[in-house]
Design a protein around this ligand. Structure first.
Ligand SMILES: [Zn+2]
Length: 410
């Protein structure tokens, strides 16, 4: 089998991030190195060598050995690359052994799906993954609105990042009126000011969120606040299209900008539910298409592969229990063959259909990686469907590989 450094898909990168973020060093011994495109690899090689000799100064013998071994592994990888790939390259290396005194130094080389912006080197107790995480964050967001009678904040939740768009304060006075005013007049002014304030909040919510809702970039809206104002806001002020997007309303202790984080924490279940609802809706759409025989659903690995290749897939659905791999074979005469199989079924070699020569197994790739890469090229969505719910299990029973099409293909 030959292994060249290939650009990763977002899905591959997500998986790798999950794997790397769980690794902890006993000491500051996990090495992360990011190199943007255009760097001279021989200079990087020199840098790695000099860091390795710098590591001589590390006092702890175990840490010193582990850091040097990690840098050595990275150094070898660097030497294999003559030029930096188009998006740059990142290396991670360190001791992943959980048994003391039995080191297991692993190395990862990553060519990410988006360019690495700056050079970065660190030796720490965990790997530096933030630059990679930025690349896999979805462009879809939750809208956040925290509002009470005095303060409001509007923002987004994208991945796990909260971004504030607007913060506002009202001039609505407390219930104690100044001397001389009639109680009635004071109450009326107070009410009027609150109404204006909630109207302004609604206007900003519209500015921040309406276009996203219309562009299908909004996963839902979370609304929260300490008092009654949030209900009044939703009933009387929030734009109808945005009201339809509200997936949670939470009572909060904080108001204003501080409240956004509290809102996200409190709405965690609602966010989970919203994901599940989204998955269920997709699966139902798939089955509706089948029932209506409108040609806009395909299932089975080969059919879905064909539709993907044509660019006809709107959303690819793969249940989480699918365990298929694409095995690629090649014979000495250059004939190629691709077979989807579960891992234990994969043959090391087979007879070539065309020349009867022996075909060798060249590569094995996870179906999610293969289809995920194609989906990215074709601008098709990919949803991994949980089998924790009935709809997911129904899809799994049909093989777990399915697609909702943009247009019918047969
Ligand atoms: Zn052949």
């Amino acid at each position: 089998m030959t292994q060249e450094t290939q650009t990763m898909t977002k899905y591959q990168l997500k998986k790798l991030i999950n794997q790397l973020e769980d690794i902890r060093g006993r000491n500051t011994e996990l090495v992360s190195l990011y190199i943007p495109a255009g760097y001279d690899m021989s200079k990087i090689s020199d840098f790695v060598t000099s860091e390795a000799s710098e590591a001589e100064n590390i006092k702890s013998k175990h840490t010193r050995k582990n850091v040097q071994a990690a840098l050595d592994k990275i150094g070898r990888k660097v030497q294999e690359e003559h030029t930096t790939p188009e998006n740059g390259v990142a290396f991670f290396s360190g001791n992943v052994s959980e048994r003391e005194g039995r080191p297991d130094i692993q190395v990862w080389e990553v060519v990410p799906p988006q360019p690495i912006e700056s050079r970065h080197y660190r030796c720490d107790k965990e790997f530096v993954l933030e630059p990679l995480r930025q690349m896999v964050v979805s462009d879809k967001v939750y809208g956040l609105i925290a509002v009470d009678k005095n303060d409001a904040a509007i923002g987004y939740l994208q991945g796990s990042n909260i971004k504030t768009e607007y913060t506002m304060s009202s001039e609505v006075p407390g219930k104690t009126r100044a001397g001389g005013q009639s109680a009635q007049r004071f109450a009326r002014i107070r009410k009027e000011m609150l109404k204006n304030f909630l109207g302004d909040v609604a206007e900003n919510a519209k500015n921040a969120l309406l276009q996203k809702a219309r562009d299908d970039k909004l996963l839902g809206i979370l609304v929260g606040g300490p008092g009654f104002a949030k209900e009044k806001f939703m009933e009387d002020h929030l734009h109808q299209e945005l009201r339809d997007e509200v997936v949670a309303t939470e009572d909060l202790n904080y108001s204003g900008e501080e409240a956004l984080e509290e809102l996200v924490n409190k709405a965690e279940d609602a966010i989970q539910d919203a994901e599940v609802v989204k998955e269920k809706n997709l699966v139902n759409e798939f089955f509706d298409n089948l029932r209506e025989e409108n040609g806009k659903s395909e299932y089975g690995v080969e059919q879905v592969k064909k539709a993907l290749g044509m660019g006809a897939v709107d959303t690819l659905l793969i249940t989480e229990d699918v365990d298929l791999f694409l095995a690629r074979y090649e014979c000495p005469n250059g004939h190629e063959k691709e077979v989807f199989e579960e891992k234990p079924e994969i043959e090391e070699d087979m007879e070539c259909d065309e020349c009867n020569d022996e075909m060798d197994l060249e590569t094995i790739s996870d179906i999610v990686d293969v289809f995920g890469k194609k989906a990215e090229e074709m601008n098709s969505g990919l949803e991994i469907i949980s089998t924790d719910h009935e709809e997911g299990r129904r899809l799994s029973n049909m093989g777990g590989v399915a697609a909702i099409l943009r247009y019918r293909i047969r």
